[in-house]
Design a protein around this ligand. Structure first.
Ligand code: 5AD
Ligand code: SF4
Length: 509
């Protein structure tokens, strides 16, 4: 089909779509909507590792002279998926652009964790419509977590028919095929699989910087916390083989990266799906800490699976940093039960005690949800008291947002929104108070900072993070960017620290 025919078919298609209510027949689908029931029945399905990913020869050069733009919403997992998609685009010959007006393909890599994340994406899809009207050759795609939701796919088909592609989190490696189909298809191309199970290696990646890098160690989540959409959008837990992870980290070290963050929705479940060996996150960290790279982090932890072996390895220090993000969600055992977190307040506090004992000076941060259905004032106050007792350095705090298809969304809720908002404010006041207190204690101390670049607000000032993930602003020559330096803290703010550069940069082999 030539460009002229394509344009005609698109025009015919868009008017056709409008006149018909049964929009489903207008999308070319490889679509199995996620089902809560099926997801919960997950068993020991075989996980296949594909090591042979390559962009098929027929697609090479497909993007020559064209530009792509990807807007990313949500977590680090999504950010990293964007790096993979950018790698595939570049492999196809596309070039990146930083403005949508310039782009031949625009992808929205979406997040489904809370309703406001979804609303933002729908707003953005609406903004793209005039661009598509002006340039019918522009391809618009929606991918990421929202495209794994049946209701979202239906809404796009019904009210945003100018979207050319919808593809899911398990279909990223199919991007070349999806793009080609979208170029030639009359209809919106929908490729969403609810049946996952594979791990694809050798995907190309264009990383966002050359100082810090993300490395996936596992995909999916089998925890099924009752409020959470992730087990449905990201599929079942499946771990990458240690040898593949270690090879990737070694390669990044050789390239000069200074900090690696190991990624997974529930990294403490790493290795549980291996049938041929007993191997967990502690074992993996024990191997990775021997690689010559200054800093290793991991996120996100689930307290239930955080075992003694991991604590024992983290206590060895070295390049394993003394900061752990340990989402608690609530300080009340009853609420934790309704959330199906599978630990009690006491068990969480005991874990914190063990971690603090093994790793002196460890910094803890957390995630908290307020206003879970029927949360009482007393239960909320238990969250406040737990926050103080643990002494977190900071927290991400959220008002509970019902997600269609999750068990919590079916619970009746007697907590008015005004009460939830007020609880969030009270919690945030405590978070700020403790954060300011913790930062104040840094005044006069000398910390190691990995210099990342100019500070956001002042190009004459550089910014970087400590091992414990504190943001430090200080004056230093630009040549220190990418280096580890010693900084003396002179003033603490609520969220950041101001410092003075000391001596010369620490040598990094
Ligand atoms: N409503 C509010 N917050 C949520 N989170 C996950 N699901 C929801 C929801 N439905 C929060 C949790 C999680 C973080 C990534 O997002 O605190 O740890
Ligand atoms: Fe969601 Fe995290 Fe619970 Fe998994 S462990 S269901 S990703 S909150």
């Amino acid at each position: 089909m030539n460009e002229q025919q394509r344009l005609q078919s698109q025009q015919v298609n868009s008017s056709d779509k409008k006149s018909d209510q049964d929009y489903s027949k207008y999308f070319e689908k490889v679509y199995q909507p996620p089902s809560l029931k099926d997801a919960k029945k997950r068993g020991k399905e075989e996980i296949q590792v594909h090591r042979d990913f390559e962009i098929p020869e027929e697609f090479l050069g497909m993007g020559t002279g064209k530009k792509f733009y990807i807007r990313t919403y949500g977590c680090q997992m999504n950010e990293h998926d964007t790096e993979v998609m950018a790698g595939i685009f570049m492999g196809l010959g596309y070039e990146p652009t930083f403005t949508v007006e310039d782009a031949d393909v625009v992808l929205l890599n979406t997040c489904a964790i809370r309703e406001n994340a979804e609303n933002k994406v729908f707003g953005e899809i609406g903004h793209l419509k005039p661009l598509k009207m002006k340039n019918p050759d522009l391809l618009i795609g929606v991918c990421g977590c929202m495209s794994q939701e049946e209701s979202v796919v239906n809404k796009i088909m019904k009210t945003h028919q100018f979207v050319d592609m919808v593809f899911g989190t398990h279909n990223i490696h199919r991007l070349p095929n999806i793009l080609r189909e979208a170029m030639f298809s009359k209809a919106t191309v929908v490729e969403v699989w609810s049946k996952e199970g594979d791990v694809i290696e050798n995907l190309p990646k264009v990383r966002r910087g050359d100082i810090k890098a993300w490395v996936n160690i596992m995909y999916g989540c089998d925890k099924f916390c009752t409020y959470c959409i992730v087990p449905y959008t990201r599929g079942k837990e499946r771990s990458r083989r240690p040898e593949d992870i270690i090879q990737e980290v070694r390669h990044l070290a050789a390239q000069g990266y200074k900090e690696i963050t190991l990624l997974g929705q529930n990294v403490n479940a790493y290795g549980k799906d291996f049938e041929d060996m007993k191997y967990g996150l502690g074992d993996l960290m024990d191997e990775i800490r021997k690689i010559d790279i200054p800093r290793i982090r991991f996120t996100t932890s689930h307290p239930r699976d955080f075992d003694d072996r991991l604590i024992e390895i983290l206590a060895k220090g070295g390049n394993l940093v003394e900061h752990i993000h340990l989402p608690v969600q609530s300080g009340s055992t009853e609420v934790l039960k309704m959330m199906a977190r599978k630990y009690t307040r006491e068990q969480y506090l005991e874990l914190v005690r063990k971690i603090k004992e093994a790793i002196p000076g460890v910094t803890l941060t957390t995630d908290i949800i307020v206003g879970f259905p029927n949360e009482t004032e007393e239960q909320f106050e238990e969250t406040l008291s737990l926050y103080r007792e643990v002494g977190y350095d900071s927290a991400y705090t959220f008002i509970y947002s019902p997600r269609e298809g999750t068990p919590a969304a079916k619970m009746e809720d007697n907590v008015p929104m005004a009460v939830k908002k007020e609880r969030l404010q009270r919690l945030n006041a405590l978070v700020n108070e403790l954060s300011a207190e913790k930062n104040k204690a840094y005044e006069g101390q000398i910390v190691e900072v990995l210099v990342e670049g100019e500070s956001k607000n002042n190009p004459d000032v550089l910014a970087g993070y400590t091992r414990k993930n504190k943001l430090v602003n200080f004056k230093a020559p630009k040549s220190t960017i990418g280096q580890l330096v010693q900084v003396k803290i002179i003033a603490a703010k609520t969220w950041t620290l101001d410092g003075e550069l000391l001596e010369k940069p620490i040598e990094v082999k």
